[in-house]
Design a protein around this ligand. Structure first.
Ligand code: HEM
Length: 419
């Protein structure tokens, strides 16, 4: 379905129409007003099943943690009904990633890779994350004082970290990037490739992923290695071999969830620091700030724009009745700007005392599996840039990608020098 090209006057369209995500200052101003006046907003948009948007921190947090009363189902990402129908008609398997599973099935599947994402396991990979960050700081030096920080540094760095644990060769990274953008940013005209429309692009991406990962499964089942792809290929949730659809979607979520998100956190944070250079100076003067600055970047950018939850019984959120089967949209970017929790929330502050209360990674049983990786990647890169950059400034306007699911700063032209 084609969505309007300008922000419409209907409250709630901000959460659904991809084009609304291209101007984040405007988005946050409009949504702050919704949060103030109608924080649990019912949205009826042509082409979409109705939903309620939760804009306050407390509501997003509480619903996320009540995993029995609220389930995810196979439709945990907002899409026009027509897009969903076309996907099924085209033979795309119904989504069965970790995000789409509930209850015991979800717990069993999560356990398959959980060990890889525990703090101690991720800490063990810190030297590798450092080495990759060094490689990309060097790339920035080699680019000679001008680059697109989002496209040239943030994206390839975060992609390399994930592909490295996956065991996917560097030569396949362009394909992974193309497919991820097809899946998450299908509506952005820049990421549409040769496809005629966003749905076609999405379908094409899933189909290519199927071919790619089927080959990996065959390989890792025959010759398992030490990589994460081997763990998924041979995973036994609840003691039984994983279903083909679940395995495919497992690969897809780990391959895709890990890099566009982290990359947008880095590029979004850098964009904020370019607007307020005192933030970068603070990082330079106190390298210990890198950890807190990473939290603030992830709060600020909030790259996952939403997930949906479905009521398993008649229930209430605040003073609003939600019937059984009704769905709510958890707006992480809005929750992360809630003044009740974050003082002066529209201000980016690497010293924010409670930046680590961010809701960008969700909460409850679906809490982001890769949060430890994301935090380390952002923190490591910020620490290196803080220590090594002499100056950095914008050389053109930043651009945000157009997607209501995962989006952020996709172009950030900068000029800089190193010390
Ligand atoms: C700044 C970067 C990231 C952000 C903002 C982010 C955000 C999220 C959010 C909001 C969820 C859903 C939480 C919920 O429903 O309560 C999620 C789930 C998930 N994320 Fe992340 N993520 C990031 C990085 C990563 C990385 C690096 C990986 C993998 C290496 C990853 C893998 C996953 C997986 C597998 C899930 C599904 C977990 C489940 O349903 O049990 N994410 N993430």
């Amino acid at each position: 379905m084609t969505t309007p090209t300008v922000t419409p006057e209907v409250d709630g369209a901000q959460f659904a129409y991809p084009t609304c995500w291209a101007d984040m200052d405007r988005w946050h101003t409009e949504v702050a007003e919704i949060r103030r006046t109608n924080p649990i907003l019912r949205v009826d948009l042509a082409g979409f099943e109705p939903f309620w948007v939760l804009t306050r921190y407390a509501d997003v947090f509480n619903v996320s943690r009540e995993n029995d009363r609220w389930t995810n189902t196979s439709r945990s990402v907002l899409a026009p009904e027509e897009e969903w129908r076309r996907m099924l008609d085209a033979g795309v398997p119904v989504p069965r990633t970790l995000v789409h599973l509930d209850g015991q099935e979800h717990r069993d599947h999560r356990l398959v890779t959980n060990g890889w994402f525990k703090p101690a396991a991720v800490k063990h990979r810190q030297p590798r994350i450092e080495a990759l960050a060094d490689l990309f700081v060097q790339k920035m030096r080699d680019l000679g004082g001008e680059c697109d920080f989002a496209r040239d540094i943030a994206q390839p760095f975060t992609l390399r970290v994930i592909m490295d644990i996956y065991g996917v060769p560097e030569s396949d990274e362009p394909l992974m990037m193309e497919l991820t953008q097809g899946l998450f940013g299908a509506a952005d005209p820049e990421f549409m490739g040769d496809a005629v429309d966003a749905e076609a692009r999405l379908i094409e991406s899933v189909m290519k992923f199927i071919g790619y990962f089927n080959a990996i499964t065959e390989d890792r089942q025959k010759c398992p290695t030490e990589d994460l792809a081997s763990v998924i290929a041979n995973g036994q949730p609840g003691g039984c071999p994983m279903g083909d659809a679940e395995r495919l979607w497992y690969y897809i979520i780990v391959a895709t969830a890990g890099h566009d998100t982290t990359s947008y956190a880095l590029s979004g944070g850098m964009e904020a620091m370019l607007r307020d250079p005192s933030q970068l100076r603070a990082l330079r003067d106190d390298p210990e700030l890198a950890g807190n600055a990473a939290e603030e970047c992830i709060r600020w950018a909030s790259p996952v724009r939403h997930f949906l939850r479905y009521a398993t019984e008649d229930t209430m959120v605040g003073d609003v009745d939600i019937p059984e089967g009704g769905r709510v949209l958890l707006s992480y970017p809005s929750a992360n700007r809630d003044e009740e929790i974050f003082r002066d929330s529209m201000h980016f502050d690497v010293r924010r005392p409670n930046a680590d209360k961010l809701l960008s990674f969700g909460a409850g049983t679906h809490f982001c599996l890769g949060s430890q990786f994301a935090r380390r990647e952002v923190r490591t890169m910020l620490a290196k840039l803080g220590q090594q950059l002499a100056h950095i400034e914008p050389t053109g306007p930043a651009q945000w990608s157009e997607s209501s699911f995962v989006s952020g700063v996709k172009h950030l032209p900068v000029g800089y020098s190193f010390r």
